[in-house]
Write a protein of this length. Sequence first.
Length: 140
Amino acid sequence: MTRRVARWGRSLAIATAVVFAISLAFPIVAGLSKNTSAFPKIWGELDVGLAFVLAVMVFAVMALARNSADKRAEDSTYRAYRVWLHGIFVMLVVFFVFGDRIVWINCLTGLAWRSWLLLYALPEWIVALRATVSYTERLC
């Protein structure tokens, strides 16, 4: 792991996860709403703006931890992928049980690209999250 990853990786990974969670709320709320035209105009601007910030942060994590994924990160990623596969099944169940209560056109694209971005960057994000800096390295 490079010194650069150790210095900035964990903080950036945590901040990216927080922005991801906040950004995920936008398509979920839009999917549960029957009338998105009643939302204030700033809602859409916040969604797009936060999505852009999320994408920039994810690419920053990927650039920071590029070529740093070790066997441990690969194993963790594999386990996360296995869990995420169950999420696809859960979404299918949600579709059949609550499908008439969810406006899929309002949420599906947002959920899909955010999921893709998460899975694509997961190995580097795990490396960045596990990065630690010793006290002496912080002083440099």
